[in-house]
Design a binder for this molecule. Structure first.
Ligand code: OXD
Ligand code: MN
Length: 595
């Protein structure tokens, strides 16, 4: 081992894991640039990383075709009783799951180095931050963790001899026998992949996958699944939300946190550049928000991550120029296509198609090819500090005070562009019943409608019925200082299947209306689903949009909404007695409003 670890819990854990996994060597990471450079150099030499001539210090990785997304079916919340994990999570008995996984972990790092990664979620040393240590046998994980979290030996200093941390164990599950040649992306078959969480012990065990969401354990596993369970115990919120600062032409700031399911545009909204003159938008985070009630009685949010692990396809200078600038250098790309001149490419990146590429499976690709050149869930990893519109307060340990919550999803029909909740309780009902068409961020069918409450279905580390109650309780505590709640749908289509709303920078028009609502500058129209903008209240200046399209985009068809009720009832029925009475009442009131 290259370093002495002074923390007793950590050194005992390293010894225990090394005894079980039997790596050839152990390396404790210090988070330095030299470490990162050395690691990518090795990855290039081994053929796992392709250096990109066109982008300084940037690399492309191509995964095994089976290891391209999160695996919700293989993700477990292992609490002492199944009722604690609730109906939206896969559950296995902790003792049995640990036995199964220990037999997989036994000898699983043979022929490999075991890396010990001390990291902080949130600024190092801040009272709101949490320390984790990930043990992994994947150098790809190490370099990505360097970007996505704060990896540093100062984390070990803070731990001292007896400080506590969240242990995150990861193995790709591909030991090497003596003399066995490694493959480009080693991983285990689907049926032996396990992404396991033990929230009662603040413990994470992941096996078999190298894909970001399954392997970079600070992100979904720690900052959402484990943190959400901690947040409930401790009275705060850990949410699947972007955070942005919007500044109006008079310099007044508004902070917005928005929850959309995976691959539904959080990164695009977080970095959006308003099309409205005089308005400014700055990014604080694109995926996760930790929020606590501060001494001013308001909810303050921090982004616990330090980088973006964004969906590449669809990202372009038209849709998200700030993301494109963020990834010009010092970036890692996964499952994108490779151009002949040494750059990456993905569907939607440029208007013109390249005449030849190497696709994400390593095959020749031309515009005639039937398959996508990049995997639909291809990703970029880049430091948040590289984003040209990163907010100067993005690392402020006090966080930013949230004015507005937005929920939403991808709905081709039924749901209008924007509406506001009648109250906090109604807003919790909107979050609890949020539905979206599924995307390629998870292995499984794409385009099916599913209820994804608060965009947290894959990420809530405890019973979702209790989570709803936790949100109601937070509302009680916040009282009149609670953020206002809105619901949006950027994805409504017309009869011909065309998107009705231009989206992207024009979403600023919708955000402006929300700010005006917060400041009581504009009224609203009551409808059965919530409060709608008054005729003409959305600023559509310089937007060529027909009034017929606008009417369709904002229309609320009572019959279509009535047709949703049985699905909401079935969704709520899953939670049995754990469904808060107040949400039951919200559903009853909603049905009555629909008539
Ligand atoms: C992500 C996801 O990677 O939600 O952020 O899948
Ligand atoms: Mn996400």
């Amino acid at each position: 081992m290259n370093s002495t670890v002074k923390n007793k819990k950590l050194s005992d854990w390293i010894t225990e894991v090394a005894g079980m996994c039997q790596p050839d060597s152990i390396y404790v990471c210090d988070g330095s640039r030299e470490e990162y450079d050395g690691m990518v150099e090795k990855l290039v030499l081994s053929g796992s990383a392709i250096p990109l001539k066109k982008r300084p210090r940037s690399y492309l990785f191509l995964s095994d075709p089976s290891d391209v997304a999160r695996v919700e079916d293989r993700t477990f919340i292992s609490t002492s009783s199944q009722a604690e994990a609730g109906p939206t999570n896969n559950w296995l008995d902790p003792a049995a799951l640990k036995e199964t996984m220990k037999s997989l972990y036994r000898g699983c790092m043979k022929g490999r180095t075991m890396y010990v990664i001390p990291f902080s979620m949130g600024p190092i040393g801040s009272p709101i931050s949490k320390i984790g240590v990930e043990i992994t046998d994947s150098p790809y994980v190490v370099v990505n963790m360097h970007i996505m979290t704060r990896v540093s030996s100062s984390v070990l200093e803070i731990l001292g001899t007896d400080g506590d941390f969240i242990p995150c164990l990861h193995s790709i599950g591909a030991p090497l026998e003596k003399g066995q040649k490694d493959v480009q992306w080693p991983c285990a078959p689907m049926e032996s992949k396990y992404i396991s969480h033990f929230p009662e012990e603040n413990l994470i065990w992941s096996y078999g996958s190298g894909y970001g969401g399954n392997a970079l354990l600070g992100k979904k596993c720690l900052a959402l699944r484990i943190a959400s369970a901690m947040a409930r115990r401790e009275g705060w919120l850990a949410e699947h939300m972007l955070i942005l600062r919007l500044t109006d032409p008079d310099g007044k700031q508004y902070h917005i946190a928005a929850a959309f399911p995976s691959a539904c545009g959080k990164t695009n909204l977080a970095m959006m550049q308003p099309s409205l003159k005089g308005w400014k938008c700055e990014c604080i985070g694109d995926d996760i928000a930790w929020m606590k009630i501060a001494s001013d009685g308001r909810l303050h949010a921090i982004n616990p991550e330090s980088g973006f692990f964004g969906v590449a396809p669809g990202t372009s200078y038209d849709t998200n120029p700030m993301a494109m600038d963020t990834i010009r250098e010092n970036a890692i790309f996964t499952n994108c296509a490779l151009t002949d001149d040494g750059d990456v490419w993905w569907e939607g990146m440029t208007g013109d198609l390249p005449s030849h590429l190497i696709d994400w499976k390593g095959r020749d690709w031309t515009p005639e090819s039937k398959a996508d050149a990049a995997h639909p869930n291809a990703r970029f990893t880049a430091a948040a500090s590289q984003c040209p519109v990163i907010c100067k307060d993005w690392e402020n340990p006090d966080g930013v005070p949230i004015d507005i919550f937005i929920f939403g999803g991808r709905r081709g029909s039924v749901v209008p562009l924007v509406y506001e909740a009648f109250s906090w309780e109604h807003g919790v009902f909107l979050g609890a019943t949020a539905a979206s068409e599924t995307t390629s961020a998870n292995i499984g069918a794409i385009g099916n409608l599913r209820r994804d409450p608060f965009a947290m279905k894959p990420f809530c580390g405890y019973n979702m019925g209790d989570y709803f109650q936790h949100w109601l309780d937070m509302g009680e505590r916040l009282g009149s200082k609670a953020p206002r709640i809105f619901y949006v749908n950027w994805f409504r289509k017309n009869q011909d299947g065309k998107f009705l709303w231009p989206g992207f920078s024009d979403n600023s028009r919708v955000l402006k209306w929300m700010c005006e609502r917060v400041d009581n500058k504009t009224g609203a129209r009551k409808s059965p689903i919530g409060l709608l903008p008054l005729e003409g209240a959305l600023d559509l200046s310089c937007l060529s949009m027909g009034s017929e399209d606008m009417r369709e985009l904002m229309s609320v068809d009572t019959a279509e909404w009535k047709a949703e009720i049985p699905d909401i009832e079935a969704h709520f029925a899953m939670f049995g007695k754990r469904l808060p009475q107040r949400l039951r009442k919200q559903l009853k009131d909603f049905s009555e409003r629909l008539g």
